[in-house]
Design a protein around this ligand. Structure first.
Ligand SMILES: NC(=O)NCCC[C@H](N)C(=O)O
Length: 427
């Protein structure tokens, strides 16, 4: 049986009526998309670290071991784990599509420097589809193209930059390039050039992979929208309420456009909370400072709140016509959440217990970035022991995973996972 038939059969046996279903942050996780870190991580060099959004170079065998442990942890809890790299190669199952994909990726990579595009295309198409996908993800070095194939002066010219195609080391943060929302998703225009190509993979998967193609999967906001939005900012609080960070990565324009589309296209969502957070590297997305762990409990990095919990929260609701939303302002996140979710009590659990040093340290290593796999059950990094202990004291089941190398990319368990299916919450 082919692997495509296998995934299709697996989906049928789980009796899903729709390939995507995410109506909360905490409903029991059934299917998740991961990307195992590969050679792209070894193509990081000090000179380009900052541009490629890393702070250090992970050691490949260990980051892979840690990632496998993360995947096994999820599988042991009954979660179906899909791999991005596998879905992409299953998607590119005919030469026409493969050709078209290579053209798209080369164009978006600005790979025709000195007219090298043709040799590069030939080089990529010489691989089997899975190997080609790995190559595209891990990057192509100029020295990989045989000198004998370089017959023109411009091809023989070397400049100092080593890559024809840049590596994509952030791919293991599958959360960001696309985000499931109800029965649909956003396929995101990424803010940073280093990550912009990542969402092309999801566009092809949704359009052409048998698991998704032919189903009615609404794309609430597409990657051709001109203003950026990233999945780490998109939190599905309930089947009616979404919170989105206005952050270093996500623009107010994209949030408003998404809200308009959700209201216009009859999604189940009635309110979008735009939550303003400081625009800094340590707080790059809303989910690095705030995640939902239970019906009425959230993690938070205290540094995002002003005195007495002050913050700017804007509630977007259906407006008078298709081009306008109603916007109201709130200045306290806890109160705004209680109001939007209809809760009388709500607990914010501070990262690092609120201690100045522990909070900053654990926040840097994604102490607030939990992945809920069921209400009150979360996966977190083992290194954030103070935050983990505090979560337990609040009655949360904490499943720790290894984190020495994974954390070097500045993302935690939520960032490393894109839920595709969660059980709906009981009413
Ligand atoms: N949702 C997240 O916070 N994702 C982490 C992304 C880390 C990655 N190095 C980045 O800078 O985009």
């Amino acid at each position: 049986m082919s692997s495509i038939q296998e995934t299709t059969r697996e989906r049928e046996t789980t009796k899903l009526s729709h390939p995507i279903n995410v109506t909360s942050e905490i409903g029991t996780l059934k299917t998740v998309l991961l990307k195992r870190p590969g050679k792209e991580v070894e193509n990081l060099v000090p000179e380009y670290l900052q541009r490629l959004l890393f702070d250090d170079i992970p050691y490949l065998p260990i980051i892979q071991r840690e990632h496998d442990y993360f995947a096994e942890t999820l599988k042991n809890r009954g979660v179906e784990v899909l791999y991005l790299e596998k879905l992409v190669s299953e998607t590119l199952n005919n030469s026409e599509l493969k050709n078209q994909f290579v053209d798209d990726i080369l164009r978006e990579s600005n790979a025709n420097v000195n007219g090298a595009g043709k040799a590069l295309k030939e080089y990529l198409l010489s691989f089997s589809t899975p190997d080609m996908v790995d190559k595209i993800m891990s990057g192509v070095l100029k020295k990989e193209i045989e000198t004998s194939k370089k017959t023109r002066l411009y091809e023989l010219m070397e400049d100092h930059y080593p890559f024809y195609l840049d590596p994509m080391p952030n791919l293991y943060f599958t959360r960001d390039p696309a985000a499931s929302m109800g029965n649909g998703l956003t396929i995101n225009k990424m803010r940073e050039p280093a990550r912009r190509r990542e969402s092309l993979f999801m566009e092809y998967i949704i359009k052409h992979h048998p698991r998704f193609a032919g189903h009615d999967v609404p794309v609430w906001l597409d990657r051709d929208y001109e203003f950026p939005i990233e999945g780490g900012d998109e939190l599905i609080l309930s089947n009616e309420v979404i919170a989105i960070g206005v952050s270093a990565r996500t623009s107010a324009r994209a949030i408003e456009k998404l809200a308009l589309n959700l209201f216009k296209k009859n999604s189940s969502f009635k309110k979008v909370l735009a939550v303003e957070i400081p625009k800094s590297r340590a707080f790059m997305h809303l989910d690095t400072v705030f995640t939902m762990v239970d019906y009425d409990k959230f993690t938070i990095h205290p540094a995002i709140q002003g005195p007495e919990g002050n913050m700017n929260v804007y509630i977007l609701e259906k407006g008078p016509d298709e081009d306008h939303v109603n916007i109201t302002h709130r200045n306290n996140l806890q109160e705004a959440l209680k109001e939007a979710l209809g809760l009388s009590e709500l607990i914010l659990i501070p990262c690092g217990g609120g201690d100045e040093i522990a909070a900053a340290r654990e926040q840097w290593n994604d102490g607030s970035n939990t992945l809920a796999i069921a209400p009150g059950v979360v996966v977190t990094y083992d290194r954030n022991y103070i935050s983990n202990q505090l979560l337990r004291e609040h009655g949360i089941e904490v499943i720790e995973v290894l984190s020495s190398e994974l954390s070097r990319g500045r993302g935690g368990p939520r960032c490393m996972s894109m839920p595709i299916v969660r059980e709906d919450l009981r009413k």
